[in-house]
Ligand binder design. Structure first.
Ligand code: SF4
Ligand code: SF4
Length: 80
């Protein structure tokens, strides 16, 4: 019984930690030309073009950094 309680506490702590961990990936809008290359490589569809600039949804982003390497204009960065 005690082990089950400890397991539940550990699982809840892990879920809470995941929920408060936000993505550190961001688009430097001055460098973005809105080409959309980053959209096609994002595994979670976290990127869209708004008013000609890429915008990352921090709720969907998993910090994989694939978009960083895909951007020819070096407009995506990790704010870690
Ligand atoms: S690949 Fe780079 S320049 Fe192109 S839309 Fe994405 S962030 Fe902007
Ligand atoms: S870091 Fe990965 S998940 Fe986040 S926006 Fe870039 S490609 Fe998508």
């Amino acid at each position: 019984m005690k082990i089950k309680l400890i397991l539940v506490i550990i699982i809840l702590a892990a879920i809470s930690l995941f929920a408060i961990t936000k993505s550190n990936i961001f688009v430097e809008s001055n460098s973005c030309v809105g080409c959309g290359d980053c959209i096609g490589v994002c595994p979670t569809n976290a990127i869209e073009i708004i008013d000609g600039k890429a915008v990352i949804d921090a709720e969907l982003c998993i910090d994989c950094e694939i978009c960083i390497t895909s951007c020819t204009y070096k407009a995506i960065r990790n704010n870690k």
